[in-house]
Design a protein around this ligand. Sequence first.
Ligand SMILES: [Zn+2]
Length: 207
Amino acid sequence: MSPLDKLITYFEKFPGTGGRQAKRFAFHVLSLKKEQVEELAALITSLPQSVSECADCHRFFSWQKNSTDGLCPLCANPSRDYSKLLVVARDTDIQAIERSGVYDGLYFVLGGTIPLLNSVEAGTRLRTGAFRALIAKRLEAGLSEVILAFAVNPDGENTGRFTEGLLREIPGTASLKISELGRGLSTGSELEYADGETIKSALRNRS
Ligand SMILES: [Zn+2]
């Protein structure tokens, strides 16, 4: 396989990218100046060293010298409300919620969703072990509410049911309030693309 074909194959695996778009990306790279291509390649190469996965919420963050215990700035921030934990599918969902500026609790990135017809097996690919461990840790720190924030579509709802089941299996969660953000979003909504106002009202009206 030629380097160009190989690059196209890589781009095809990017989320939401089809074959045609992958080709356009590859030809765009070809049209860049030599310095730009080198900068892009260097950026990609440097990512694993400059980005860490947070030990608590598991989102990726730019590694900083002063980061304590491998925690991201959100999880390490003592002014966040430790009684609330919001569970999302992907890192980009956190950015959308932070942009709305109304949520002051903490997060957990489950790492994906479970397709509706694929319930049990697909769940094992998610960060279920890390989720259990974090819930146990947060319960000791006064966790009182878990907010499930998945897309309003069959996969998102399936993931919500799965996560709720997972939560209820963890000792000490009987009195925990479990709410869903999705009820305030319109059907088919992806959190990542929702605007700040929509997320604000969804958070206020969660139940
Ligand atoms: Zn974190």
